[in-house]
Design a protein around this ligand. Structure first.
Ligand SMILES: NC(=O)c1ccc[n+]([C@@H]2O[C@H](COP(=O)([O-])OP(=O)(O)OC[C@H]3O[C@@H](n4cnc5c(N)ncnc54)[C@H](O)[C@@H]3O)[C@@H](O)[C@H]2O)c1
Ligand SMILES: O=P(O)(O)OC[C@@H](O)[C@@H](O)[C@H](O)[C@H](O)CO
Length: 382
């Protein structure tokens, strides 16, 4: 069995590949980083090390790589022969991989290939659905699109495992021991179920619980860690002020999950404790810069900050902690992070309130926009 996986980065090598490998797949990684592709083709294997007291290593073999920019026709051929396509490139990159994916799925129709599923494993609500839309945009002919749809499943998914950036050399990956991969059964075309994956009939509560707890909590530590000039997540979570904010933020998003999806309070509390323990993992070295990366994406309307903030505001539930974290995201300023640089430039050119409106899609006279503005001022005056 062959799986094509787009994105040989942290989560691709450190999580998705482990599950695919343990289910007996050969893995073809598609990436744009030639050094990564060269190493995959030279070594054909790498190890995943678990960040825990007792060292444990998992060997991943039967892997190779293709560069989607320079080996497009090979990528199309490989998609045509594959049994599964998975993706973890980042939501902003999904439109860029759509043309080659569309060509590969079209090729499958021409050669009469078996049905296949395409699963995007990104931190976003509805990432596979978004990818499906980008692929559709690449197919002009309605009959071909109908053919692709009848032969291809596009299930949404939620993925959870902390995989920090790795050292520049080598393919080996250090990951936390925990992982969770949940796939929506609706939209699946293939019968095979992967060991290590949970299949659910309703995905939204799971993905929102994950995004608004793990990722909102993570963003809280990263942005407040940055404000407090702390480098790593494990260090920042030990800071009493940040810890208080983290607990406050999880309480707020927990309230939303409780009223919206009727998650049990006790169940959510246990989930919070488990997640805080994961953030505290001192065997992982995860800089606040990685976790805070792409603040424009993280501050967009449906993501981990504005998403819960607006929904809590609509329900008249307190959001003081979320407001503080959102404000801190506007202070994230990392030279290598283009989105943070762009936010700082926008603030200089157009002022804070207009920047808040532009980045979050809130209207400038929305009470939350003004409250975020006030929270930024408070952070600056601390
Ligand atoms: N790292 C984590 O802890 C984690 C956990 C859960 C989900 N995620 C999500 O997984 C996705 C990937 O995150 P990551 O941490 O692995 O990032 P990453 O930067 O380590 O990996 C992304 C990979 O995609 C490749 N890429 C970029 N453009 C491409 C293109 N056009 N075609 C093919 N490959 C391309 C990059 O070269 C890189 O190797 C993101 O959506 C992230 O939110 C990450
Ligand atoms: O990947 P991002 O940029 O959406 O978010 C950064 C981290 O919060 C994220 O990568 C977590 O490590 C991951 O989502 C844990 O499952």
């Amino acid at each position: 069995m062959l799986a094509v996986h787009f994105g040989a980065g942290n989560i691709g090598r450190g999580f998705i590949a482990e599950v695919l490998h343990s289910n007996g797949y050969e893995i073809c990684f598609i990436d744009v980083s030639q050094p990564l592709i060269d190493q995959l083709n030279e070594k054909r294997a790498y190890s995943i090390r678990l960040a825990q007291e007792e060292e444990e290593t998992i060997e991943i073999n039967n892997v190779y790589g293709l560069n989607s920019q320079t080996e497009e026709s090979k990528v199309i051929e490989t998609i045509a022969q594959a049994d599964l396509v998975t993706v973890s490139v980042g939501v902003n990159i999904l439109p860029l991989i759509a043309p080659v994916l569309a060509a590969g799925l079209k090729k499958r129709l021409e050669v009469g290939a078996r049905p296949i599923d395409v699963i995007a494993c990104e931190n976003a609500i509805g990432a596979t659905t978004a990818l499906k839309g980008h692929i559709k945009d690449q197919v002009d002919d309605a009959t071909i699109w109908e053919g692709i749809l009848s032969n291809t499943g596009f299930p949404d998914a939620a993925v959870d495992r902390i995989v920090p950036n790795q050292s520049r050399e080598g393919l080996d990956v250090m990951v936390e021991p925990f992982f969770e991969w949940v796939v929506h059964t609706e939209g699946l075309k293939i019968e095979k179920r992967l060991d290590g994956v949970s299949y659910v009939d309703e995905l939204t509560p799971y993905i929102e619980r994950k995004l608004y707890t793990v990722n909102t909590g993570h963003a809280c530590i990263a942005y407040l860690g940055f404000v407090h000039e702390i480098d790593s997540i494990a260090e920042a979570v030990k800071n009493p002020t940040i810890r208080r904010e983290l607990e406050g933020v999880l309480e707020e998003t927990g309230r939303l999950l409780e009223v919206k999806y009727h998650f049990e309070r006790e169940e959510l509390k246990a989930y919070h404790q488990k997640i805080i323990g994961r953030f505290e993992n001192s065997h992982l070295s995860d800089p606040v810069e990685r976790v805070g990366r792409n603040p424009m994406r993280k501050l967009s309307a449906n993501d981990r900050l504005i998403g819960p903030l607006v929904q809590l505001h609509e329900r008249k539930i307190n959001t003081q902690h979320l407001l503080k974290v959102t404000a801190a995201a506007f202070l994230f300023d990392v030279a290598q992070d283009e989105e943070s640089v762009q936010i700082q430039r926008l603030i200089k050119e157009r002022g804070l309130l207009e920047t808040i409106a532009e980045v979050t899609s809130l209207s400038p006279d929305h009470p939350l926009a003004e409250e975020i503005e006030r929270a930024v001022a408070e952070l600056l005056n601390q």
